[in-house]
Write a protein that binds this ligand. Sequence first.
Ligand SMILES: *Cc1c(COP(=O)(O)O)cnc(C)c1O
Length: 421
Amino acid sequence: MSDYKTGLDFAKKLDQNDPLKTYRDKFLIPKDKDGNEMIYLCGNSLGLQPKTTKSYIDQELKDWANLGVEGHTDAKNPWLPYHEFLTENMAKVVGAKPIEVVTMNTLTANLHFMMVSFYKPTSKRYKIVIEADAFPSDKYAVESQLRHHGFDDKAGLILWKPREGEELYHYEDLESIVEQHSDEIALIMIGNTNYYTGQFFDMKRITQLGHKHGCMVGFDCAHGAGNVQLNLHDSGADFAIWCTYKYLNSGPGSLAGAFVHERHAHDKSLNRFTGWWSHNKQTRFNMRHEFDVLPGAEGWQLSNPPILSLAAIRASLDIFAEVGMEVLTEKSRKITGYFEFLLKQLGEDTIRIITPENPKERGCQLSIQVKNADKNLHKKLTEAGVISDWREPDVIRCAPVPLYNSYQDVYKTVEKLKELV
Ligand SMILES: *Cc1c(COP(=O)(O)O)cnc(C)c1O
């Protein structure tokens, strides 16, 4: 978009016209030693706390204090079905049907549980494709699944790599990998928004490719959920997983999400790890019944979940439901485009943005490579009041989050960068 302008006045004008301007005040913004608000561009790592989170958690603490075990049925928000209160809003955030979504466990745990069902290797078809620069936890998880099934974790892993001297991935390269190893690949598991470059992949395209060649396809949406329109149902992916503490603002280590496509919802023959929470709700407490699995994503639950974490997620999802992903991603494109515009004023020989330029191929994160920079630059930026994230060897990741970041946050960040480089 070329209708951006430089200067503080323009940033102020964008803030005035921002349909989400009242939402910043719904969050607790970290402050420096002198009590000044920091510029927080790390929502891709740990989202900020909504002011309402405390009251949602307090309600459950109160009911626990007053009711003890009776809270399972008599709490204002009964704990037995508590996770169900999140389902509809979570499904909207990720573009899924309610039967396809559940909030449970943590991200890497969910990845394993999904692979128990959707990684079904045979002696011939056992390989897993992931992107070369996958988030370490994902890589460790798929390697350990290979070993668990008795395969060599080097021979069994196929890496989709960026081309020599590039950071971004080309679909054509994935296509030739899958065609070349067509009858050897059991699973394609990709981080749908790459944590390092911010590149957002076309999940439908990857899923169609995989399915055409008889592979299962799953996505790690840790950097996608609450950031981009995922349209998980339409993508056709077999499964997806994500955490809620990044763009979903639900607190450190909070519970994660899982998606299982509707086509698998009633398939009782799928192998899975189970517990009493995967069992039919009507007969769950009769205890001595034959196992009867729940339909849909809920049938992958094991345990009764931590209510305090679910309460924090519920507080956040209520904000997302009020705003809607449509409005949120519209601001996201605008504020990220503005950030990109200002950064480009610094000159291409000073900084390089490795995130795709096409707004359809990214969310709000920009990964910025600063020429001749080291970690010292990141330290100075932090001292100047900007919280961002450093990735070796030379990349600063900044995410202007549409719910709580302002255009002036972005303006001031670039002004501070200008002073430092
Ligand atoms: C943040 C993140 C994780 C973290 O995994 P946890 O199980 O929540 O600790 C894993 N994978 C990706 C792609 C991530 O971005």
